[in-house]
Write a protein that binds this ligand. Structure first.
Ligand SMILES: Cc1cc2nc3c(=O)[nH]c(=O)nc-3n(C[C@H](O)[C@H](O)[C@H](O)COP(=O)(O)O)c2cc1C
Ligand code: SF4
Length: 453
């Protein structure tokens, strides 16, 4: 059932509930007038563990891409020892075609900051770093403005309404990245935060045990934290009234897809943008009802569900429900960031794959040989195929190569290689006829093969 009232976007006019032209920055006083920081006051009056229990009970899953349950992650922290403990907020948002966190930072940054403060109280984290994508200049300004307002109104610093945490006044600092995709990977982010090259770390140890500066650290996405004040305010059961529950017969240990989510739509649709909807909305409905359908008479051919590392959905998968189970059911990696990129019929999937491989080859940090060399070879082979110099053997090699790289096959440190692997494998497998035709006809693929005739 379509969402009947905005939740996360309550203060950000968003279709079909509001007109984006009316969006503006919500300052501290306006945020407070609309119940802002009441959830923080509520949390501060509670035992920290009780706050974690509510987040756990809500089954809120991370909105940064991996979908790990936030409350479970918070529960991994070791007991306090009086030394510093950190929160790192992942505002890197560097996955191509992903632009949902940006909307929260632009217009309702106090919602994010309130979530940060509640997390700090619940997990006993005294120092928070807001790690923001280097290219996000305006968002940086909005966040700095909101952080200054939060300090000025007793959220952080001496006399904080949270009191001292680990014997320290709670602090929130903004840290700018320098424009590397890999710094969105949580341990690459920590290295960058420490002033080093953003090279992901081997895990374990996981950041909750040994993270920033070797100390326990929670890392959460902007949108994940923005949901926390709302869950505190309305309760776990309220949250579970939205989205999609567990599949019938699934044990309670299997996480479901509860809640609403910010969905992005880009590509040749009439109304690209960010929309809030229930998790589980069919992709066709997102494209047609919210995105206004295809533009200029073009037809849907494929879509990337949430960042190119997730792979593609093909023509027959147009109605796929956008929930955390999408990977298993539709042969892609997962929901990712839920920012959908639509690919029209007159686009060559060989060119799409070549472009995707170019991105991963450029962004690989180079630590692991299968990723450093593999992404580059995929790019070379796909360029060759696109130019008409490929052979059928190249296609087999491409699939063999992509299937062997990643942290899931156990050959690399981080998930960037898994993303490259799934993106290329699913494009080639699901659009095999186009790749075969490109090889047979030396790069010239007819509109009939593309599906656009
Ligand atoms: C290559 C790579 C890039 C990533 N980029 C981002 C990013 O830009 N933003 C983000 O929130 N998570 C990103 N992630 C996921 C993070 O590693 C991590 O799972 C997430 O920040 C945890 O927060 P969450 O549990 O609230 O989703 C990336 C992961 C990988 C492997
Ligand atoms: S998988 Fe790729 S990006 Fe990740 S650590 Fe290894 S080389 Fe770097």
């Amino acid at each position: 059932m379509p969402l009947d009232t905005p939740i996360l976007t309550r203060r950000i006019p968003t279709p079909p509930f509001g007109d984006p032209a009316e969006r503006k920055y919500i300052p501290y006083y306006r945020y407070v007038e609309t119940d802002g920081y009441a959830s923080l006051d509520q949390a501060v009056g509670m035992e920290p563990k009780a706050v974690i229990d509510i987040v756990k009970a809500s089954e809120l899953r991370g909105r940064g891409g991996a979908g790990f349950p936030a409350g479970v992650k918070w529960g991994f922290l070791p007991p306090e020892d009086g030394k510093r403990r950190y929160l790192a907020i992942n505002a890197d948002e560097s996955e191509p075609a992903t632009f949902k966190d940006r909307m929260l930072m632009d217009f309702d940054p106090h919602l994010v900051i309130e979530g940060i403060a509640i997390c700090m109280h619940a997990c006993r984290l005294d120092t928070a770093y807001f790690y923001i994508r280097g290219e996000y200049h305006h968002q940086r300004d909005m966040m700095l403005k909101a952080i200054a307002e939060a300090y000025g109104n007793g959220i952080f610093g001496p006399g904080s309404r949270m009191g001292q945490i680990n014997g320290r006044d709670p602090e929130l600092h903004l840290h700018r990245g320098a424009g590397a995709y890999i710094c969105g990977e949580e341990t690459g982010l920590l290295e960058s935060l420490e002033g080093k090259r953003g090279w992901p770390r081997i895990k374990p140890p996981f950041p909750a045990v040994a993270g920033a500066f070797g100390r326990p650290t929670i890392i959460n996405n902007v949108e994940t934290l923005a949901y926390v004040p709302l869950i505190l305010q309305h309760g776990a059961d309220w949250f579970k009234g939205y989205g999609k529950g567990r599949a019938e017969g699934a044990p309670p240990t299997v996480p479901a897809s509860f809640g609403t989510k910010l969905f992005g739509i880009s590509g040749p649709v009439k109304k690209p943008g960010v929309y809030e909807e229930n998790l589980g909305i069919p992709m066709s409905e997102l494209i047609e009802r919210l995105g206004g359908g295809m533009r200029d008479g073009r037809k849907y051919k494929a879509a990337i569900p949430g960042g190119i590392s997730m792979g593609v959905l093909d023509r027959e998968q147009y109605d796929a429900p956008l929930d955390f189970d999408i990977g298993k059911k539709y042969a892609c990696l997962g929901l990712g960031t839920a920012c959908v990129t639509v690919i029209p019929e007159d686009f060559s999937m060989v060119s799409v794959a070549r472009n995707v491989a170019r991105f991963f080859s450029h962004e690989s940090c180079g630590q692991c040989t299968p990723c450093r060399e593999g992404t580059n070879w995929m790019y070379k082979m796909l360029s060759r195929i696109e130019q008409g110099d490929g052979t059928t053997k190249d296609l087999d090699l491409l699939l063999e190569l992509s299937g062997s790289m990643g942290s899931m096959p156990g050959t690399t440190i981080c998930g960037l290689a898994d993303g490259a692997n799934w993106a290329i494998r699913t494009i080639v497998n699901k659009f095999w006829d186009e790749f075969e035709a490109a090889v047979v006809h030396r790069g010239r693929v007819s509109l009939a093969v593309l599906g656009a005739a």
